[in-house]
Design a protein around this ligand. Structure first.
Ligand SMILES: Nc1nc2c([nH]c(=O)n2[C@@H]2O[C@H](COP(=O)(O)OP(=O)(O)OP(=O)(O)O)[C@@H](O)[C@H]2O)c(=O)[nH]1
Length: 136
């Protein structure tokens, strides 16, 4: 890896309600605005992944995960950055999701979310989620 390549850690929360998951649309002004994703964001320096997950879900939705488990991790490479994305499944949470950043949010069956313009990295994750939810 070239020395200048940075590794950014990103957490994404797959918040479940029954057989649906909570999806969010990236608001205007952010990169990839208009595309859909799981709520989350970059871990801050010195922050562990769990802390980042809790902080992002509180900032974006005002919810607190009560149970969560790391489900999948993938790496995306750009010219000068690599992003390591950590997807957490959250079967229990406290609070009512509130779109605090002006983003649209929606509870969707994963197979219906595949009809939305999803972030490219999320497409295989959402496909796998449809199977995972059926298994539970
Ligand atoms: N939150 C989130 N980010 C994702 C997902 N999938 C995916 O490729 N990403 C990528 O991971 C990066 C997360 O950056 P972000 O802009 O959401 O992070 P952030 O909320 O900390 O943003 P900020 O830098 O504006 O404060 C983006 O490059 C985004 O495209 C996902 O499902 N959720």
């Amino acid at each position: 890896m070239p020395e200048e390549t940075k590794l950014l850690k990103v957490v994404a929360g797959i918040v479940l309600r029954g057989r649906t998951a909570l999806f969010a649309q990236r608001p205007a002004g952010k990169s990839y605005a208009g595309q859909w994703e799981f709520p989350g964001g970059k871990a801050e320096p010195g922050e562990c992944l769990c802390e980042a997950l809790q902080r992002e879900l509180m900032e974006e939705l005002r919810i607190r995960p009560l149970k969560f488990r790391l489900w999948k991790a993938i790496t995306k490479s750009y010219t000068r950055t690599r992003i390591r994305l950590y997807f957490y499944i959250i079967p229990e949470f406290e609070g009512t999701p509130n779109a605090c950043e002006g983003q649209q949010i929606a509870w969707l069956l994963p197979q219906h979310a595949l009809d939305l313009p999803l972030l490219a990295a999320d497409v295989p994750i959402v496909r796998a989620l449809a199977f995972e939810i059926e298994r539970c």
